[in-house]
Design a protein around this ligand. Sequence first.
Ligand SMILES: C[S@@+](CC[C@H](N)C(=O)[O-])C[C@H]1O[C@@H](n2cnc3c(N)ncnc32)[C@H](O)[C@@H]1O
Length: 441
Amino acid sequence: MAQQNAHRRNRARPPKTTGTDPRAIATTIVDAVCEAHTPLAYALEEVAPAAGRLEPRDAALARAIARVTVRRRGDIDWCLSQLMTKKLPRKANEVRAVLRMSAAQLLFMRQADHAAVNTAVALLKSKPGGAGFAGLANAVLRRMVRERDSLLATLPLEANTPAWLWSRWVASWGADAAAALAAIHREEPTLDLAFAGPDVPRPEGSVALPTGGARLPASDVTAIDGYGEGGWWVQDAAAQLPALVVGDVAGKRVLDMCAAPGGKTMQLAAAGATVTAMEIDPDRAERLRENLARTRLSDRVEVVVADAMDAEGSFDAVLLDAPCSATGTLRRQPDVAFSKSEKDIGLLAHLQKNLLRRAAECVAPGGILVYATCSIEPDEGERQVEFARSALPSLALAPIPEGAASPFVTAEGVMRTLPSMSIGGERGLDGFFAARFQRTA
Ligand SMILES: C[S@@+](CC[C@H](N)C(=O)[O-])C[C@H]1O[C@@H](n2cnc3c(N)ncnc32)[C@H](O)[C@@H]1O
């Protein structure tokens, strides 16, 4: 699978951490993500041991700088391009990483200017091949401090999005919607939780979501009360909707075809279904098992490590949460914007069609099939319904049950969320698509 191979490739290149200065560690993460396409979450995780040698405050600073740099990468590159007459040599990865993470502090964080500039210069002097760029970095960053206000005032809204993606958003959703997407992608997302039942205590200070979940300001998950008790898990508000779109699953046999890390499997099991959870990637299947054990839902779930293309059986309901471009999750995974290409969309849409065809064969007559993706590309959502209509005559589009998904049901009868929308009055949620079919023959 394209997505999985990319994941494996990236896992083979953990960032090499050097030094214990928070900005040196931030540079390492930025380099790994922006140059080697290591997923941000993985790079942050792998750097944790190095960050562990730091004071907690410094470790938090390293991660915060790295996160802001990756979130605002396009904006930062645009600002740097205004101040540099020549591009850096292609191979000057570390120099680029130092400049980007220093610019993040100067432009978007309340860090002392002198600390950001001086550390950049010192870091470059300490790197092989870096000393020759120390003067340039000093001049560019000092100019950035002087011209910060005008740079920020003239920063184009589309600067933070790769051009191919921006064009597709404008074509699919219109210029205003594309602008709203770009604006929300610049913000740190909230932390959304899903619960194993209505009686699990909700964390203090959280806001109830219409999904039954709750929202908190971004924070360290393990610090929230009840983490060890396993009554809840982290799941974006929009990601909680597809399992609800399946409908009442109590006592039913449900196939979750692409299941890890298991958010939707846990929702289905907690709602009383007996779930067969398929996952092709053994490492991710292991995470799914750990999540089920932590939430004490293992008894209701059989985990099968296999290719969903080989799925067989006749289930009351099938959930196909298909591998996709994940362009609906850019608030949470800003690196995805730069690690995907236009070609990926076509490849993934093809794979999704094959999985949808297989999924249709695993639904019992009269049963329900929900197709979902966390993509804002119509090719991975709305157009898959057109495909089903023309190629899968056993399926008929079925109404989405009244509930948390209702405000997002379109005139065509499918569910579409965009990250710039609100849920229950709360701004921001992942971009998701879900269509509900019934097997009629
Ligand atoms: C969008 S994620 C699923 C998220 C999951 N449903 C949840 O709610 O936590 C897609 C998953 O499908 C897996 N996958 C990709 N291709 C697959 C295939 N052919 N068969 C089974 N799983 C596959 C990926 O490894 C990934 O874990």
